[in-house]
Write a protein that binds this ligand. Structure first.
Ligand code: APR
Length: 228
């Protein structure tokens, strides 16, 4: 069975109502990263950080997977599908994808500030100051903030190396190390990039660009891959 490795970004969840970061109405147009998504922000104004993630988590509880997410599940009937996502939403899992790896953490989880191995599922949208782990320390969003290490990256590199086909969906490829994963994919194999603003990625001129929204471009690509 051939392996398809998929790298997704905020764009695949845009049609589910989740904001992207760098589009015109993106999150980084309304918030400063250093105020809501960094260890410094957490130290300076933890409530502002909590509010930023609570607001997104509240929307996520109402969001639904879209046709892009569900099309990737259909691929599993013919391929081994490994999804490496930069997204912190759980829409790939809720769509039914079997193998999902979150490079930047998970919005519906919280973790201890004294023991990072203590991770808790959040079954409601609000995480509050005063919510403590079993060791009595404040819980924080289980998110990789700017300036923090990306623990899942080594695993993602291993997975990228197993790809027979590589698909990029809905990401500006602006953030590292996530964007460097393409460099670990064997040369010359079929590559696709689904994004309305996709541009050729230097060194990967063989990549087929599909300038469509995920909800249109991904089902079309999946049908091609299932029927070829
Ligand atoms: N379908 C597909 N792609 C879309 C859609 C859509 N409906 N709408 C927007 N896009 C594309 C945009 O063209 C853009 O290329 O999604 C991409 C979103 O880019 P970013 O906002 O930069 O999001 P992303 O690439 O996921 O950011 C990476 O940066 O801020 C950090 O941790 C954060 O994981 C995030 C990382």
């Amino acid at each position: 069975m051939k392996t398809i490795v998929v790298l997704t970004g905020a764009g695949i969840s845009a049609e589910s109502g989740c904001n992207t970061f760098r589009d015109n109405n993106g999150l980084w147009r309304k918030h400063r990263v250093e105020e809501v998504a960094s260890p410094y922000a957490w130290q300076q104004s933890p409530q502002m950080v909590m509010d930023f993630y609570n607001e997104r988590r509240k929307k996520l509880f109402d969001a639904k997977p879209n046709a892009g997410h569900t099309a990737l599940v259909k691929l599993e009937s013919k391929y081994q599908v490994e999804i490496i996502t930069q997204n912190v939403d759980d829409l790939h899992e809720r769509a039914g994808s079997s193998n999902v790896y979150h490079l930047h953490g998970e919005l519906k989880k919280a973790r201890s500030t004294v023991d990072p191995s203590l991770i808790y599922e959040l079954d409601e949208w609000e995480l509050k100051m005063g919510d403590l782990c079993e060791k009595g320390s404040q819980l924080r969003p289980h998110i990789v903030w700017f300036g923090e290490p990306v623990p899942m990256f080594e695993k993602a590199v291993e997975i990228a190396k197993t790809a027979d086909i590589f698909i990029v969906i809905g990401t500006s490829m602006a953030v590292y190390p996530a964007a460097s994963l393409i460099n670990y994919v064997s040369r010359g194999l079929p590559m696709y990039y689904v994004d309305p603003n996709a541009n050729p990625i230097p060194g990967n001129e063989n990549m087929q660009i599909i300038k469509e929204k995920a909800g249109v471009g991904v089902p079309r690509l999946i049908n091609l891959l299932l029927n070829n």
